[in-house]
Design a protein around this ligand. Structure first.
Ligand SMILES: *Cc1c(COP(=O)(O)O)cnc(C)c1O
Length: 395
């Protein structure tokens, strides 16, 4: 099987892990964690970063740090991985699901503003959702496929209504927006994931980047059991969300290769797009003019009525010939835990999700393997085109 996306461990991973073992610093104390945080901060463009056990835990603690309280609503795109909504739920808050834009597959700022104006109002400085009486406290934009959300517009809406922003840029390292990096876009906090399927991995892990030193200190405190001083004093209910030195060792070795990995991801995506340019049946992933995607995943989608059936068909044919092709995120309102969550109309999320096909895109995908994937898709497309014309003739 040519896998969808697997870690590329060709750098200093083994060497740094050995250093951990030899030094006995395998747990939450050790030099790699600090080094990793400095590397993530530098790559994000923000002055500070704190590493965590996972992207999900970073997002959870990030939302708590900016002041999300139990019972609040937090705006979140329906088209995301379930961890974004789960982190909101872990705060005792409720995701207010909104649609993404057709051009970017990220949170649609204009639609979000219209939804807010129609369904909520400012009461003594707090935004209150009219129907439920709940406070709306924050927005979680998501960098779908490594594409930046339209952050300038989202920041403007957040300022207008007094909302905090915690970005889910899980696979967003390497992305640019109007020439700026993810940590330079005006959010309160920005989350990255280092799970095994992301462009850079720490085996598992996450990080929050930010520009506000006080806020970042509060985040670090909350994620490290809220310890005060050197002994067993703790001043609030904290979390054990710290990254271990073992994870950070792998993470440092991976971060050394970030630029090369992102370049490889973009090259792989461009090669697929070029190879499929004449197939009118399928369309490339979005490529907004405002920035450059980190191209976390490669693939295409079927922008047609029968697109879901075609997507299932090509995925099945590819998998039968040893190529791991997959669908993409099922929207949050179609997931059992969030079926009742308040939401806007979600036509774009509903249209897109089962029309998408993701293709093998590991950073070390060989040219031969990518050629096999391309051949398999082209063969599938010509067979289906032929069948289509036969059916038209016989009809
Ligand atoms: C991977 C991912 C996460 C979760 O990160 P973990 O490190 O696996 O907890 C959250 N949001 C999005 C969009 C992701 O792709």
């Amino acid at each position: 099987m040519i896998p969808l996306a697997v870690p590329n461990l060709a750098g200093n991973e083994a060497k740094y892990l050995e250093e951990c073992v030899e030094s006995t610093f395998v747990s939450t104390v050790g030099p790699f964690v600090k080094r990793f945080e400095d590397m993530v901060a530098a790559a994000s463009g923000a002055p500070f970063a704190v590493a965590t056990s996972a992207g999900t835990t970073a997002l959870h603690a990030g939302l708590l740090t900016v002041g999300v309280k139990p019972g609040d609503l937090v705006i979140c795109p329906a088209m995301t991985f379930i961890a974004s909504a789960n982190a909101i739920a872990h705060c005792g808050a409720i995701p207010w699901l909104m649609d993404v834009s057709r051009d970017t597959w990220t949170l649609d700022p204009q639609l979000m503003r219209e939804e807010i104006v129609r369904n909520a109002s400012l009461v003594e400085g707090s935004l209150i959702h009219t129907q439920t009486g709940r406070r709306v406290s924050a927005i979680v934009p998501v960098f779908t496929l490594g594409i930046s959300a339209d952050m300038d517009s989202i920041v403007a809406v957040a300022r207008e209504f007094g909302l905090k922003i915690v970005v889910d840029a899980a696979a967003g390292l390497g992305t640019t927006y109007k020439g700026r990096r993810p940590g330079e876009l005006g959010a309160d906090l920005t989350m990255f994931s280092f799970n095994g399927n992301k462009t850079v991995t720490a085996g598992g892990g996450g990080a929050i980047a930010g520009t506000d030193e006080e806020l970042m200190r509060a985040f670090r405190h909350l994620t490290t059991t809220a310890r005060v001083g050197a002994d067993y004093d703790h001043d609030i209910v904290g979390y054990n969300y710290r990254m271990t030195n073992l994870q950070a060792a792998v993470g440092c070795a991976q971060m050394e290769q970030l630029d090369g990995f992102v370049a490889a991801k973009r090259r792989i995506a461009a090669t697929y797009n070029h190879a499929f340019r004449d197939l009118t049946m399928l369309s490339p992933f979005p490529d907004p003019a405002y920035g450059q995607s980190a191209a976390w995943f490669s693939g295409f989608y079927f922008d047609s009525e029968d697109g879901a059936a075609k997507s299932a068909d090509v995925r099945q044919i590819l998998r039968a010939s040893g190529i791991d092709a997959r669908p993409f995120w099922k929207p949050m309102h179609m997931q059992a835990p969030y079926a009742e969550a308040p939401r806007s109309a979600l036509p774009v999320s509903e249209y897109l999700w089962d029309r998408i096909v993701t293709l093998p895109c590991s950073t070390h995908l060989s040219n031969e393997d990518q050629e096999s994937v391309i051949e398999a898709v082209l063969t599938w497309a010509s067979t289906r085109a032929l069948q289509g014309s036969r059916e038209r003739i016989s009809a």
